[in-house]
Design a protein around this ligand. Structure first.
Ligand SMILES: Cc1cc2nc3c(=O)[nH]c(=O)nc-3n(C[C@H](O)[C@H](O)[C@H](O)COP(=O)(O)O)c2cc1C
Length: 198
């Protein structure tokens, strides 16, 4: 089962490198939509729960606390400038509500971004503090995809073209390289393991 090639290792600084998916987290604050760039987040477990770690001093923080609702919007690479901008400027000094077209769903208060191909509306179900940040966990209460970003009714990763952050760079997905629960099965079968495979 072992791969034959040996990787010669170099010790790195104990710093975050990635990969992290870039998300725009939305919430209502002072009666207006606001959006903040978040790299520390994603899926929290195998139930439909997303998480986003927000610095306690950020403008959006109070909006999430007050409304108990946030949105996770996945920008495609075409929105890299807007996405980065929302991570550079704070809603305390600049009104970020007009950057995007916001839309809403009755299931929660948080605004979602029409220009993003994927949107998840979440209701806060839990949170935990870590080093000046709060990791908000949110049940997905509504989800949307742009129709042009689907293939056979399912979100298509290449069409959605999300932004991945790694090594202080923004990158794109290039191609599909396999299917979950399938590639490992092939390896298992190749070495004669049939049991315990889903
Ligand atoms: C690529 C990138 C990733 C970021 N990830 C996070 C994050 O995970 N959590 C966080 O609290 N801030 C993160 N930030 C910083 C905030 O987006 C930034 O401070 C923003 O201006 C805060 O906006 P607000 O005060 O309007 O909420 C990130 C910024 C960038 C550019």
């Amino acid at each position: 089962m072992k791969r034959k090639t040996k990787l010669k290792k170099t010790k790195l600084e104990n710093q975050l490198v990635g990969p992290f998916p870039a998300m725009l987290v939305g919430a209502m604050m002072n009666g207006k939509p606001t959006y903040t760039t978040v790299g520390a987040g994603g899926c929290a477990c195998l139930a439909p729960v997303l998480c986003a770690s927000i610095k306690n001093t950020h403008y959006i923080f109070e909006g999430i606390i007050k409304t108990g609702s946030f949105s996770v919007n996945i920008p495609s690479t075409a929105l890299v400038r807007e996405m980065d901008f929302c991570g550079i400027v704070s809603g305390t000094t600049i009104d970020k509500s007009s950057l995007f077209t916001s839309f809403f769903d009755e299931a929660g208060e948080a605004p979602m971004i029409e220009e993003c191909p994927l949107n998840f509306l979440c209701k806060v179900c839990d949170s935990t503090e870590i080093q000046g940040f709060t990791m908000f966990f949110g049940d997905i209460v509504a989800a949307f995809a742009g129709e042009d970003y689907l293939t056979q009714g399912k979100p298509d990763p290449i069409k959605i073209d999300p932004i991945i952050m790694m090594g202080f760079r923004y990158c794109s997905l290039e191609r599909v390289i396999g299917r979950p629960f399938s590639e490992g099965k092939r390896l298992g079968n190749a070495v004669g393991i049939e049991e315990n495979l889903i």
